[in-house]
Design a protein around this ligand. Structure first.
Ligand SMILES: NC(=O)c1ccc[n+]([C@@H]2O[C@H](COP(=O)([O-])OP(=O)(O)OC[C@H]3O[C@@H](n4cnc5c(N)ncnc54)[C@H](O)[C@@H]3O)[C@@H](O)[C@H]2O)c1
Length: 308
C-alpha cells in the first residue's frame, strides 16, 4: 500500500514512517520542516517532498497514486496558538481542508487525521468520552476541532472513508526538547540527562493520559490497512491518569536517578486534567495493546542518552 504521511518529519510522523516501512508499505512524506527535522527520517527509504500543505499544487502532486493518507502536519502547542492564532488556524484548519480536497480529487481510499484531547477544554468530566461536550480553551484546540470536523464531514459531503483521532499526550523517541513549545516528557528527560531540576508549570497535580508513540502508530497503520471509517471522533489513548508529580516519580524509577523539581507559573490555556474513555478505540482496534508507561519512558530515556 502507498501511504502519504503529512508532517512525516515530525515526532509522530517519523515514527509512523518507520512503522509503515517495517510493515512493507511504501511511504511518501510531505513536510515543510517548520517544526520537524529532516534528520528524523535520515536513512529511511521514503519519497520526501519538501513542501507545505498550504501549497495546493505541491500537495496535489504528492497525492498522486496514494492509497491512504495519515494527516499529521500541523502547528502544535497551545502556547504557540495563543501567541500566533492566525498561523495555527491557517496550517491546522485550512491545511486540513486542502489535504481533504487533494485526497478526494486523487481518489485516495482512506484518510486519518490527528485531532487532540485539547478540544474537551473546559469540560471537567473524567474520563472523557467522545460524546462529551467540547469547549476549546485555545486557538489550537479550535483548529483541531476544525481538523476533525472537516474530516468527518468529508464522509457525508464527498463519500470519503475517514477517521478522526483525538490524540492525548503522545511521547517517545524523536520528540525533542530544547524549544519553547516542547512537550513535558522530553523537557523532563532532557533536564534529567543534563543534571538539571525538572520544570513543572503549576503545582504538579495536573494529570495527563500518556500514550507511547509506537502504540499510536500501530493504531494509525491498522486504520490505513483496514480503511477504517467511523462517523465520530475516536479518542486515541488508553485511559490512564498520571499526575506530573507521579510522572517524575516513574521517571526516577526507570532511570535509577533522583529527579529534583523546579516549579514555574501555570500556563494560560492549559487543561488541568486529561483522561480518555477508550471504548470506541478498543472496539475498533481490539488487537492493539498499549505499551506500558514505564517501558515507553525507559526506551525514550535511552534515545535521549544516545542523541545529544
Ligand atoms: N504529540 C502529541 O502529544 C499530540 C497530541 C495531540 C495531537 N497531536 C497532533 O499530532 C500531529 C503530529 O504531532 P507531532 O507531535 O508529531 O508534532 P511535530 O511538530 O513534531 O510534527 C508536525 C510536523 O508537521 C510539519 N508541518 C507543520 N506545518 C506544515 C505545513 N504547513 N506543511 C507541511 N508540513 C507541516 C512540521 O514540520 C512537523 O514535521 C499534529 O497534528 C498534532 O496537532 C499531537
Amino acid at each position: 500500500m502507498r501511504i502519504l504521511i503529512t508532517g512525516g518529519c515530525g515526532f509522530i510522523g517519523s515514527n509512523m514512517a518507520r512503522t509503515a516501512l517495517a510493515a512493507g508499505h511504501s511511504v511518501r512524506i510531505i513536510d515543510d520542516l517548520s517544526t520537524g527535522y529532516a534528520q528524523n527520517i535520515e536513512g529511511l527509504d521514503v519519497d520526501f517532498q519538501h513542501a507545505s500543505i498550504l501549497d495546493e499544487g505541491r500537495l496535489n502532486s504528492a497525492m498522486v497514486g496514494i492509497d491512504s493518507v495519515v494527516h499529521l502536519a500541523a502547528l502544535g502547542s497551545v502556547p504557540r496558538s495563543v501567541k500566533d492564532p492566525i498561523s495555527t488556524h491557517e496550517v491546522n484548519a485550512r491545511g486540513t481542508l486542502n489535504v481533504i480536497i487533494a485526497a478526494r480529487d486523487n481518489g485516495v481510499g482512506h484518510l486519518s487525521v490527528a485531532s487532540s484531547s485539547s478540544v474537551y477544554g473546559l469540560n471537567p468530566a473524567l474520563p472523557k468520552g467522545e460524546r462529551e461536550w467540547v469547549r476549546a480553551m485555545s486557538p489550537y484546540a479550535v483548529s483541531k476541532l476544525a481538523t476533525e470536523q472537516y474530516a468527518l464531514a468529508a464522509q457525508q459531503s464527498f463519500g470519503m472513508s475517514t477517521l478522526a483521532f483525538r490524540f492525548f499526550n503522545v511521547f517517545g523517541p524523536q520528540q525533542r526538547a530544547g524549544h519553547v513549545y516542547a512537550a513535558v516528557i522530553p523537557v523532563f528527560l532532557e533536564a534529567l540527562k543534563n543534571g538539571l531540576p525538572l520544570p513543572i508549570n503549576g503545582d504538579g497535580s495536573n494529570s495527563r493520559d500518556f500514550t507511547y508513540v509506537t502504540t499510536v502508530c500501530a493504531v494509525l497503520l491498522a486504520a490505513a490497512e483496514r480503511q477504517v471509517n467511523h462517523a465520530e471522533p475516536v479518542n486515541l489513548a488508553y485511559g490512564t491518569n498520571t499526575s506530573l508529580l507521579d510522572l517524575v516519580r516513574q521517571i526516577g524509577d526507570v532511570t535509577g536517578l533522583e529527579p529534583k523539581i523546579r516549579h514555574l507559573e501555570p500556563r494560560p490555556g492549559d487543561v488541568k486534567h486529561s483522561q480518555a474513555k477508550n471504548d470506541t478505540l478498543v472496539s475498533l482496534f481490539p488487537e492493539i495493546l498499549p505499551v506500558p508507561l514505564k517501558d515507553g519512558l525507559s526506551d525514550t530515556y535511552k534515545w535521549f542518552q544516545e542523541n545529544p
